[in-house]
Ligand binder design. Structure first.
Ligand code: C2E
Ligand code: MG
Ligand code: MG
Ligand code: MG
Length: 291
């Protein structure tokens, strides 16, 4: 019952929606109102330590409850919001809501980091770090306990403004993560200059791990490179025990995926984190898997 109410169980949008111009315009008009109508929600997916399986962080993922269409996927509405100048307002709402939630969890004694996804548009805004710092200060949160996930493709954008945001994030002491690593135009020398602490291997490599020697070689190389640069490695989209075993073998530091937990409502995550704390590591995966 509870798990079916989980934030991860939403319907994938009808692909026809993406091609129909009129529907697209309608969706855009609705999206303009979504923040003020309170139709947006953040669900949270744990990252766990690869060895202890203890929760290390909770990544905030946006959900849009559309009154007529049901749940609209962020894969659909984030690009729409980016194209039409709505991502600023939505991104600000995410910052406010995730910091509020982080403070609420801390008050419960939960110690994991909270991560949010930062869009390309936000990275180009001069006031991104000011906003983050203000929100963190409002809730009395340490910047180092808060992660900004920035996709590799955005991170590699060599515009001065994006780079300045990176530098400001670092100076403000925020924890920076490079998301979806491996699918973009990674320049390895460039990676060295990025002030990041974490690198997330894209789910596509994780998916192919069991069947493709190439995927395995890539993950192996990425882990070694990241460690040589002092970055922690997280694997996203871990769905099977075999993938988990290979990732641990290859030296991944943290894991995230449906094998451990789907995105959940904040209240559910608090229970999940506290229950997991009481589990001895060997049984923990089976237990979580059945949730
Ligand atoms: P992402 O940041 O790479 O997040 C991972 C996506 O993979 C999420 O999809 C998550 O639900 C899904 N996922 C996690 N584990 C598994 C697994 O084991 N198997 C499979 N098949 N999928 C898994 P979601 O929530 O639909 O989000 C899609 C993308 O939308 C995110 O990719 C992120 O780029 C973007 N997004 C989500 N929330 C926000 C936000 O608040 N702001 C911005 N700018 N982008 C967001
Ligand atoms: Mg992410
Ligand atoms: Mg990702
Ligand atoms: Mg991804």
């Amino acid at each position: 019952q509870v798990q079916h109410a989980g934030g991860g169980d939403y319907m994938v949008f009808d692909p026809k929606m993406a091609v129909d111009q009129r529907e697209q315009a309608e969706l855009l008009a609705d999206l303009r109102q979504a923040v003020v109508r309170g139709q947006l929600e953040l669900v949270y997916q744990p990252k766990v330590d690869a060895r202890s399986l203890q929760i290390t962080a909770a990544e905030a993922l946006l959900r849009w409850h559309h009154p007529k269409r049901g749940m609209v996927s962020p894969a659909l509405f984030i690009p729409l919001a980016e194209r039409h100048g709505l991502i600023g307002a939505i991104g600000n709402w995410v910052i406010d809501d995730a910091t509020r939630q982080a403070a609420a969890w801390r008050a419960l004694g939960l110690r994991m980091r909270v991560a949010i996804n930062i869009s390309a548009y936000q990275m180009r805004q001069d006031d991104l770090v000011d906003r983050l710092e203000a929100a963190l200060a409002r809730h009395n949160l340490q910047p180092g306990r808060f992660t900004c996930e920035i996709t590799e493709s955005v991170a590699m954008e060599d515009t001065q403004v994006t780079q300045r945001s990176f530098e400001r994030l670092r100076r403000a002491g925020l924890h920076v993560s490079i998301d979806d690593f491996g699918v973009g135009q990674a320049s390895l020398s460039y990676l060295r200059r990025l002030p990041a602490a974490e690198l997330k291997i894209d789910a596509s490599f994780v998916q192919d791990l069991g069947t493709s020697d190439d995927a395995r070689a890539i993950v192996d190389a990425v882990v070694k490179l990241a460690h040589a640069l002092g970055l922690r490695v997280v694997a996203e989209g871990v769905e099977t025990a075999r993938q988990r075993d290979l990732l641990v073998q290859l030296g991944c530091d943290e894991l995230q995926g449906f094998l451990f937990a789907k995105p959940m409502h904040a209240a559910q995550l608090a229970v999940w984190a506290q229950l997991a704390d009481e589990r001895p590591p060997p049984q923990a995966v089976d237990f979580r898997d059945s949730l």
